[in-house]
Design a binder for this molecule. Sequence first.
Ligand SMILES: Nc1nc2c(c(=O)[nH]1)N[C@H]1C(S)=C(S)[C@@H](COP(=O)(O)OP(=O)(O)OC[C@H]3O[C@@H](n4cnc5c(=O)[nH]c(N)nc54)[C@H](O)[C@@H]3O)O[C@H]1N2
Ligand SMILES: Nc1nc2c(c(=O)[nH]1)N[C@H]1C(S)=C(S)[C@@H](COP(=O)(O)OP(=O)(O)OC[C@H]3O[C@@H](n4cnc5c(=O)[nH]c(N)nc54)[C@H](O)[C@@H]3O)O[C@H]1N2
Ligand code: SF4
Ligand SMILES: [Mo]
Length: 708
Amino acid sequence: MPEAIKKHYSTCTLCEAMCGIEVKTQGREILSIAGDKANPFSQGHVCPKAAALKDLYEDTDRIKLPLKKVEGEWREISWEDAFDEVAQRFVSIQDEHGIDAVATYLGNPNAHNMGSILFGPYFYRVLKTHNRYSATSVDQLPHHIVSRQLFGHQQQIPIPDIDHTDYFMIIGGNPLASNGSIMTVPQIKKRLKAIQQRNGKVVVIDPKKSETADISCEHHFIKPGSDVLLLLSMLNTLFKKGLAAPGDIAEIIPELDQVKNYVAPYTPDRVAGHVGIQALAIESIVDEFSQANSAVCYGRMGASVQAFGTLTQYLIMLFNILTGNLDRRGGMMFTQPAADTLPHAGRGSLGKFKSRVRGLPAFAGEYPVSCLAEEITTEGEGQIKAMLIGAGNPILTTPNGEQLDKAFEKLDFVVAVDFFITETSRHADIILPPVTALERDHYDIIFHNFAVRNFAKYSPALFEPAAEHLTDWQIYLSLAERIEVLRGGNTTQYAALWDKQPKGVVDDMLKAGLYGQGEHQLSLKKLEANPHGIDLGPLQPDLPNAIYHPDQTIHLEFDYFMQDLERVESHFFSANQAEQDTLQLIGRRHLKSNNSWLHNSRRMVKGAKRCTAQLHPNDAERFNVQDGQFIKVSSRVGQVQIEAEVTDKIMPGVISIPHGWGHNKKGAKLKVAEQHAGVSVNDLTDEMVVDELSGNAVLNGVPVWLEA
Ligand SMILES: Nc1nc2c(c(=O)[nH]1)N[C@H]1C(S)=C(S)[C@@H](COP(=O)(O)OP(=O)(O)OC[C@H]3O[C@@H](n4cnc5c(=O)[nH]c(N)nc54)[C@H](O)[C@@H]3O)O[C@H]1N2
Ligand SMILES: Nc1nc2c(c(=O)[nH]1)N[C@H]1C(S)=C(S)[C@@H](COP(=O)(O)OP(=O)(O)OC[C@H]3O[C@@H](n4cnc5c(=O)[nH]c(N)nc54)[C@H](O)[C@@H]3O)O[C@H]1N2
Ligand code: SF4
Ligand SMILES: [Mo]
């Protein structure tokens, strides 16, 4: 008799939108994946990527058991042998070269993985290394620093109250492709349209007329990396026109009246030429923003991962504060999550350590990944000799990937926790493959915290795990326990952890959380009984309660942030700015990509070629380039050959290349991806140019040369 068909109400973990999905299975086969209409949060929405969860599960290139490289060949080994060897090698390398000789890099999918988030730290703690890196420093690091400074906690990041706002200003985000970031928002298109239906306005500031710009009311091209000037002039205008109206919040921001002095030099007239937006247009944005019943200014990737990303995010927050839109319905609001991680997470220490070679600041115990290669190749005490890469592909995703690729060859021992042999994990000596997303229990530890409605949902694994297949948390806990044993440490806690599992921790958090008592009585059991998830209502004003500083005030930390104005002055206004014949490189995302790793699904990569260099017709003419022609793009660090796509959606002077491609490295084993290889834009991005306040990478606004 064929096995019965079962329906599961699960969650897609591929991006931040947390869409509910209905998955039909028969035995261990996934039959279909569709949107879960009864999910109160996502209401049936899914994007084409949800189907890739099935492809991922079925992918014949996927590794299911540990692999060890022996004389250049991969051999399957047992989990026991793999764990023993990894633990022994890490410990002996640390004994010989010091604790920091073993480094870790954590990639983006960890943020979508309950087990890695809750149990990964046991491994990092026992490893004790300071050499920790992650995708944070090619992404949202500025947001964490701004929240740490202003509100006292790196994760206390307010998000746009999109469902109630009357004016949504998006700077450097393209949620129609990304489905939103640091704003967990399924059905973004519908919600942006709803703003316009209630006579509100959506305004996009972007060097590309993006998919989001296409459905907005107003779009302004901006020169890459000049957002800081736009924000300074918006604040300047606010004061000049007497429009600053922070309201009651001023009482808990002691230094707020001083902002005026810092922004005084930045009149719209002075910045307009550098920004590429006319002074009158800047003033009219400020007028309309101030007059709206509620408004929110939101900046994401394009605004964060550039030379002044941290200062830009800070000024965005100041603009929301000074227009009275922080902690207001329809403005930037804090969330009230059911399982609140903040009390359990570090608040984030800034600049306590500096990186060994270049002296870049550490934040929250991590160094910026832009300095990883030099920490591997520069000899001396603290040099990295071995690495563990968990759910990351830094060779394609971090600046000057080619240099990192070469640096990895110098390592004595590399471990990858990944289910593919990728451009990065091909360097591994041992690969430890976890199961894929739908095969593990899931509660979104991070993205519930950024959700546009308070909401809670738990998704158990689709199948009972087979004994020989492990999840990320089992891998990390196994390694931690073995290292502890080798170090003669205390292992008594482990039995309880194996027993409790990450879901047990979530249960504790739910019960101790805001909705654990009273009306909701939230617990894991209650969520299991409500498989579509439970809506907990719209975001609520939360100040001063949301502040983690003991004095319950918002700290503006001018000494830290505003010192960067000196760099702004010399960068934009110094006399010796030679006109260069370069284009400014920026990135982009496509709805059917996910950073570097959905390109092995045929249905995700089919269709028109995606890894192209988009440029404006004027630039095509200037450089004598035809649409579809191969061009050579070079930067200080490297060059790529890529097909040109001529389009007036791009601002003149700008060139856009998506990241995550370049699947033609010898040794990587991804059959479909290789056929659609493309090139890696991060062979052009420069590891030596960082946002100096934070050390965050500069992936947008990279000067490049073009040849036909
Ligand atoms: N030029 C440029 N570069 C960029 C960006 C850009 O906009 N422009 N964006 C940056 C951003 S925002 C980010 S977040 C980074 C991402 O950079 P990374 O995190 O380094 O890269 P990913 O492509 O997300 O790699 C994910 C890897 O994890 C594996 N994986 C997937 N799911 C799991 C899992 O559940 N467990 C384990 N163990 N492994 C898993 C996949 O097989 C893949 O190899 O890229 C950054 N790089
Ligand atoms: N389909 C899909 N979804 C994803 C991902 C994916 O790879 N594919 N990745 C996920 C991840 S890890 C993240 S972090 C999020 C990111 O999500 P978003 O922050 O929405 O990022 P992008 O879609 O890259 O949009 C960035 C926009 O910034 C613009 N831009 C570039 N430089 C500048 C600049 O200097 N100033 C301004 N104002 N704009 C600029 C670009 O043209 C682009 O339109 O997406 C997530 N969702
Ligand atoms: S929008 Fe994001 S969470 Fe929703 S189906 Fe697409 S990838 Fe999955
Ligand atoms: Mo990201």
